[in-house]
Write a protein that binds this ligand. Structure first.
Ligand SMILES: Cc1ncc(C[n+]2csc(CCOP(=O)(O)OP(=O)(O)O)c2C)c(N)n1
Ligand code: SF4
Length: 309
């Protein structure tokens, strides 16, 4: 911690490009992640943001928390708009109509906007090879509209459209493995990040910025409101997700997997992560064991991939 306090201020851009005064819930780790992303990318950035929590909380008319050009687009087309901006900037630069200044174009959205409704637009943008970053802020449900399940909702979580009760354990499907789907697009860079690890977060974001081509960043975004967890635990909850292997931190550069140095050698049991969250409180010991087994298997598969560096 002493070292962190000594070095972090030198490593992190002091400029705030997402200002305070936005309307996120207290303890929202998603807005903390967006703030870190803006710091890492710096001023020469244009953002296309899908509708969702981060749009609602940051741009209540007539105010805005954004200090960089930011466009609110529909639920399903952040990646299409970002790819169009990138192509447009390239054409204007070529015609000498704008400065010859490199600008990074970013598409962003929640898990619903990215993994469900905007999936096709994102797949197309990545496949076409646009010079852009897409960041998915994954809070594991459609939070802005009232905690409906998405394909990112983890097995066993209770949501308003997959509620736990006498006949159901809540979500009955496994979380879609979005980073792997992006790796399958053969793009230069895919990474997972969590704002509970700010230096790892910023390093990966800066790497994505430096790549001239498509990058995909999947960000674990603790949502105390939707997960029914204490707001002051948002950062420690993110760390528990990483330490239990529920959300491993890794990057894939030109097909080569690398685990983050922050990953522990021995994982903690997932019950430590489930316990403080109301959305998992109904799960039986057998159900937790079943989920634990899957997490362990998936983590081993990932570690095996990282061995072939
Ligand atoms: C075509 C369309 N369908 C539904 C909506 C309503 N809607 C707006 S935001 C949202 C949920 C956003 O969820 P997610 O992308 O996971 O982001 P979060 O709010 O959780 O950050 C929905 C369903 C919409 N705006 N457009
Ligand atoms: S609902 Fe969740 S993601 Fe949305 S602003 Fe509140 S804490 Fe953040």
């Amino acid at each position: 911690m002493e070292n962190f306090e000594l070095f972090a201020p030198r490593l992190i851009n002091k400029q705030e490009l997402l200002s305070s005064g936005h309307r996120a819930c207290s303890g929202c780790a998603e807005v903390l992640a967006v703030r870190l992303m803006a710091k890492a990318l710096g001023e020469n950035t244009v953002i296309a943001s899908a509708t969702g929590c981060m749009e609602i909380v940051s741009s209540m008319f007539p105010t805005t928390a954004w200090q960089v050009p930011w466009i609110h687009v529909a639920f399903e087309n952040a990646a299409s708009v970002a790819s169009g901006i990138e192509a447009g900037l390239k054409a204007l630069r070529k015609k000498g109509k704008i400065d010859d200044r490199y600008v990074k174009v970013v598409g962003m959205g929640g898990d619903g906007a990215t993994m469900d409704i905007g999936f096709q637009a994102l797949s197309g943008a990545m496949e076409r090879g646009h010079d852009m970053i897409y960041v998915c802020f994954d809070n594991e449900a459609y939070m802005n509209t009232g905690i409906q399940r998405s394909s990112a909702t983890p097995m066993g979580a209770s949501t308003t459209t997959a509620p736990a009760g006498k006949v159901s354990m809540g979500q009955k499907t496994w979380k879609k493995n979005m980073p792997e789907i992006m790796v399958a697009h053969n793009i230069p860079y895919v990474a997972t990040v969590c704002p509970s690890y700010p230096l790892d977060f910023i390093r990966k974001m800066e790497k994505a910025k430096s790549i001239k081509g498509p990058s995909y960043i999947h960000c674990f975004s603790v949502c105390p409101t939707g997960w029914r967890s204490p707001s002051q635990t948002a950062v420690s909850m993110g760390r528990l997700a990483v330490e239990t292997g529920v959300f491993p931190l890794f990057e894939v550069e030109n097909g080569h997997y690398r685990m983050s140095p922050d990953m522990p050698k021995k994982l903690k049991p997932i019950k430590d992560y489930f316990k403080p969250q109301g959305r998992f409180r109904h799960l039986t010991a057998d159900e937790i064991d079943m989920i634990q087994e899957k997490i362990t298997v998936e983590f081993k598969k990932l570690v095996e991939k990282a061995k072939f560096l």
